[in-house]
Design a protein around this ligand. Structure first.
Ligand code: UDX
Length: 437
């Protein structure tokens, strides 16, 4: 099929490459010329495992190209809208400027029978509003809301083999011709048994925000348990193992630590609360305010625990921060709990050095005054305390004996509860986890 993908960020670049991998003829469109140039040379403009390999594999196949020209969308049968919906400055709601602009520009290029498939995460009600706009100009085309659930770090496999497809249609009807069009796009994963659900617009939009709210709630739940463990001497990791064995609960997303960040969960729960408020359903989501508050408290807790670890004062203490990305296998630092804690520690007088295998360039753009060091050993050199804040494999696998030789004081704060406390203590370290005795 001929496909256009509007917006070539984390979502769109991966989607475009994966659609070409599935055999389609794809044009990716983005206003950012740098992004388009890099992608045209087979290079991802951000770090995402296996994406560069996929782009190189597709180079020369003639089925994937990138451009800044919206007119290139003309002639495609399906147009995927993959632009960002960041949090509004100073407000909780989502900023829909990019989605609105993309759809308005696209409308001039679509023909009867075309399908515009919205993949961006939007507040409920957006699809109905955009469909009205489309009906005024090109009533023969259809808008479908087709949310994306990919995780950064696993984006390629999540796109090629998702857990489910959701098609939100104007009337929620299985018989709408747009269903067959999207079924053709996703023929390969549907053929291998991926479930597909047909809903109305509102439900499709809500599936995405509800899923992210649930995940955020699960993380904040276990982080709340970590707070209780800290007050009682319990161990939240063992608690999570034990409750996670109940398959109604499940162990996934029960890792207590410094909390969630990134470009999705924090802003999605806030946008969801803001939208519910507009709809007069704010009471239904007041619990998300608590989810957000528990999450933000974790960052403060890291600062408090580091102060304790350093004997009561942060002033002049050399702190090695391992991790800047909001999670491993990503160079994304949007709302990164690691960076937010590092910046707080610096403000409170600590001499902080941050290292990360992939995210330092992005981190330096956001926090230009925070010293960054690409080399792990140099970061650890003469540290008064080590903070593991993003659980990259190389930090999880640090050897306590080798590390001991580098630092001034053997103190470690395991912000992701991924180290073996007994091993580190046996090697002479003062070990602190979050929610662990
Ligand atoms: C999330 C959703 O998982 C995905 O389905 C949606 O499409 C986009 O938002 P992503 O932001 O890539 O994906 O990351 P995710 O793996 O969900 O992690 C989010 C944050 O939660 C990270 O900061 C991670 O470190 C944290 N986390 C995750 C925990 O603190 N504990 C856990 O147990 C799991």
């Amino acid at each position: 099929m001929r496909i256009s993908v509007i917006g070539c960020g984390y979502l769109g670049a991966v989607h475009a490459a994966c659609m070409a991998k599935l055999g389609h003829d794809v044009v990716g469109i983005d206003l950012d010329k740098n992004k388009v140039d890099l992608l045209s040379q087979g290079q991802a403009p951000f770090y995402e495992p296996t994406l560069n390999e996929l782009l190189s594999e597709l180079e020369g196949c003639g089925r994937l190209r990138f451009t800044t020209e919206m007119a290139a969308a003309r002639g495609s049968e399906v147009h995927f809208v993959c632009v960002g919906t960041p949090q509004k400055r100073g407000e909780n709601g989502a900023d829909l400027r990019f989605v609105d602009a993309a759809v308005e520009a696209l409308i001039g290029q679509v023909a009867p029978g075309d399908v515009i498939a919205g993949k961006s995460t939007v507040p409920v009600g957006t699809a109905a509003r955009l469909a009205e706009l489309l009906a005024e100009t090109e009533p023969g085309a259809t808008l479908v809301w087709n949310p994306e659930f990919l995780r950064e770090g696993h984006a390629v496999t999540d796109t090629l083999n998702p857990d489910r497809f959701v098609y939100g249609l104007p009337d929620g009807s299985e018989d709408h011709p747009a269903v067959a069009v999207l079924d053709m796009v996703y023929a390969t994963p549907l053929g291998s048994g991926t479930p597909r659900l047909i809903t109305d617009y509102a439900t499709a939009e809500l599936v995405k925000t509800a899923a992210n709210s649930f995940l955020a709630t699960k993380i904040s739940f276990i982080n709340a348990m970590a707070e209780v463990c800290e007050a009682t001497g319990g161990d939240v990791t063992k608690l999570a193992d034990a409750i996670g064995l109940d398959d109604r609960i499940g162990r996934k997303f029960l890792n207590a630590g410094i909390g969630f960040g990134g470009g999705c969960l924090p802003k999605d729960i806030r946008a969801f609360m803001a939208r519910a408020g507009e709809l007069g359903a704010d009471q239904a989501l007041t619990f998300l305010r608590e989810v957000d508050a528990i999450n933000m408290r974790r960052r403060t807790r890291v600062v408090e625990l580091t102060r304790e670890l350093c004997g009561g004062s942060l002033m002049g203490q050399r702190i090695a921060v391992l991790g800047a990305a909001f999670k491993p296998e990503s160079d994304d630092v949007r709302d990164s709990p690691a960076l937010s804690a590092a910046a707080q520690l610096q403000l409170q007088g600590a001499v902080v050095t941050v290292t990360d295998p992939q995210a330092l360039d992005n981190a330096a753009k956001r926090f230009p005054e925070l010293p960054m060091e690409p080399d792990l050993e140099t970061t650890l050199h003469k540290a008064d305390a080590v903070l593991l804040l993003t659980e990259w494999r190389q930090y999880r696998e640090l050897d306590p004996h080798d590390t001991l030789a580098l630092v001034t004081a053997p103190r470690i704060l395991d912000g992701r509860n991924v180290l073996d406390p007994a091993k580190w203590r046996a090697a002479g370290w003062t070990y602190k986890g979050l929610g662990r005795p």
